[in-house]
Design a protein around this ligand. Structure first.
Ligand code: ADP
Length: 559
């Protein structure tokens, strides 16, 4: 564990990596040089050996030729003794070869696949050489470097061919004994006659190669040592020591210590510049960091203050809201009480007015007219008071639906009885229609009556004399809703006002309130009442083109 950590550290070290790279480069270059030198030396040695072998072979051949030419001129001894009598060229060649072998490590011997003398029998290399040379008459030599008895030797073979001097012993007639007592082979001029085989020692050459290898190796080791030492001291001095200091400074900054001073760092070139830029960067970072901290503090302060302010506003708003709720409740309660108190005297005014109207003679039209006006205006006032009372109840959450069986025919008839006289007095055509398939449903009949009455009242109010007002009730089979339409061909409502008319105390425009009166409560109440029944209300209207108020009421099963 310790070891691997140490080596890991060393491997990460810049100097070590430089040295390793250098050693690898030197070894590679020297390796290439070695193999180049070795192959060149091998080629050179081979060239030298071939040249030497060629000379020796040619010398031997010349000797053999000389003997072949002159053998008839030399005295001949039938016993074949080594005297200068009856010499054959191969005998001379063998003899010279043997003498050479006794004095040097060189061996030269004529050889052939069909040999006359067992001393000329070819060995393995020679068999191979002879076969090649015989098969390829144009080949002038055959050679190889071989290891024999633990020594490296150069083996060389030069082919022999029959010329006119050879015919005496090797020519025709085949089988006839030649002067040395061997049977002639019957060969012709130019025929292959074996080869001279030469074996040369290679110790000197091998020694040379070894010496050059050794010197190259030695030189490489020295080179590696010098380079490694040089690189180590140069890299340490010029790069790693200053980089080390820089590294420490970076680590210090990383740990949040900004007081780093690199101005005295000894470095040159790129590292010097790097150090300078780094120092500038640290200064800027320091400024930025300090400013940032300051800004964060400021912003946190501001946020906290803002938060406090927000909380205060929230509390204030909550209080205001509470007060508003309370005052709304007071208002609703006040309105409810007031409306109730107003309604009681109004009902008695209306009752007495009706009583008086019975006693007035029909001729007294003036009195009749006054009383009719009293009654009609009381009706309007009563509707207004009822509206206020109902809205106040709804807002106070006190209004509950009194669910009963609702028959739309009854409702429409009841509204008709109230609205018809009003319509009549304005000379309006008033029509009601309830489709026969409209079913009974469950609802609060009084409230639905109020809705229809309000809508019809408005229709009459906003339609000029001679106009038309109508109430139609149908069943929408698809949505299972009762659809109530209150139509008129009165003044209509401009499109921009249509979105607001269902809000409390809202009227289409101020001129209409002046001309037609009203408080802007009727539609708001109608909407509330319809929605209490889970229904809906909408208007379709065009300025000057009349209005249609449509109410949708869900049909509920009646048990
Ligand atoms: P108001 O007491 O003013 O009639 P409503 O809530 O009933 O209050 O109506 C609000 C306003 O909607 C009216 O002031 C009027 O401008 C407009 N409006 C309602 N019904 C009709 C209608 N049938 N034709 C034209 N305008 C209408």
């Amino acid at each position: 564990m310790q070891n691997s950590k140490f080596f890991g550290g060393v491997r990460d070290n810049l100097t070590f990596r430089f040295m390793l790279a250098t050693v690898i480069i030197i070894i590679t270059v020297m390796g290439i040089k070695f193999s180049w030198d070795y192959s060149e030396e091998k080629k050179q040695t081979e060239r030298e050996l071939i040249e030497k072998a060629q000379i020796i072979s040619e010398q031997q051949k010349a000797l053999m030729e000389f003997v072949a030419i002159n053998q008839n001129k030399i005295n001949y001894d039938s016993k074949g003794n080594f005297e200068f009598k009856h010499l054959s060229c191969s005998t001379v060649a063998m003899g010279v070869g043997m003498m050479l072998a006794s004095e040097t490590e060189y061996r030269i011997n004529p050889t052939n696949l069909q040999y006359r003398n067992v001393l000329n029998a070819p060995d393995e290399f020679e068999i191979e050489g002879l076969t090649r040379l015989k098969e390829n008459p144009s080949t002038t030599e055959y050679f190889a470097i071989k290891e024999e008895k633990g020594e490296m030797v150069f083996r060389y073979m030069s082919p022999l061919s029959i010329d006119e001097n050879c015919l005496n012993c090797h020519g025709q007639p085949q089988g006839e004994l030649d002067i040395s007592g061997f049977a002639k082979e019957g060969l012709a001029i130019g025929d292959f006659a074996g080869a001279l085989s030469l074996t040369m020692p290679m110790d000197i050459y091998m020694d040379n190669t070894k010496r050059s290898l050794f010197s190259n190796g030695f030189f490489s080791v020295i080179l590696i040592l010098v380079c490694v030492t040089g690189i180590y001291s140069l890299v340490t001095k010029m790069v790693t020591s200053s980089l080390g200091e820089l590294e420490q400074a970076v680590a210090q900054v990383g740990a949040g210590k900004w007081d780093v001073n690199l101005t005295n760092l000894k470095a040159k070139g790129e590292i010097k510049r790097l150090t300078k830029h780094f120092q500038t960067m640290i200064e800027q970072l320091k400024d930025l960091y300090t400013n940032l901290e300051l800004k964060v503090e400021q912003r946190t302060d501001e946020l906290e203050k803002g938060n406090l302010l927000l909380q205060r506003h929230k509390q204030e708003l909550e209080q205001v809201n509470l007060r508003l709720k309370e005052s709304n409740l007071y208002k609703s309660e006040f309105l409810a009480v007031m409306s109730h108190e107003l309604r009681t005297p109004l009902t008695s005014i209306m009752a007495f007015a009706e009583l008086i109207s019975v006693g007035i003679p029909p001729k007294d039209t003036k009195q009749q007219y006054y009383l009719k006006e009293v009654l009609q205006n009381s009706q309007i006032l009563l509707r207004l008071i009822n509206n206020i009372l109902d809205l106040a109840k709804i807002e106070a959450g006190k209004d509950q639906l009194v669910l009963e069986v609702l028959d739309m025919t009854d409702i429409v008839a009841s509204v008709e009885s109230v609205i018809a006289p009003l319509a009549q007095s304005k000379e309006l055509a008033f029509q009601v229609q309830v489709a026969p398939d409209v079913p009974l449903t469950k609802a609060d009949p009084e409230k639905i009556r109020r809705v229809v009455e309000n809508l019809a009242g408005n229709a009459v109010k906003f339609t000029e004399k001679g106009g038309r007002v109508g109430i139609q009730v149908q069943l929408d089979d698809l949505s299972k809703e009762i659809i109530i339409r209150v139509t008129d061909n009165g003044i209509g409502i401009r499109e921009e006002y249509q979105a607001y008319i269902f809000e409390k105390f809202t009227q289409a425009d101020s001129s209409s309130s002046r001309k037609y009166g009203g408080t802007g409560l009727g539609l708001a109440l109608a909407k509330e009442l319809v929605e209490l029944h889970q229904g809906w209300i909408k208007v379709e209207s065009r300025s000057g083109g009349g209005s249609t108020f449509i109410v949708g009421l869900p049909v509920w099963d009646i048990e």
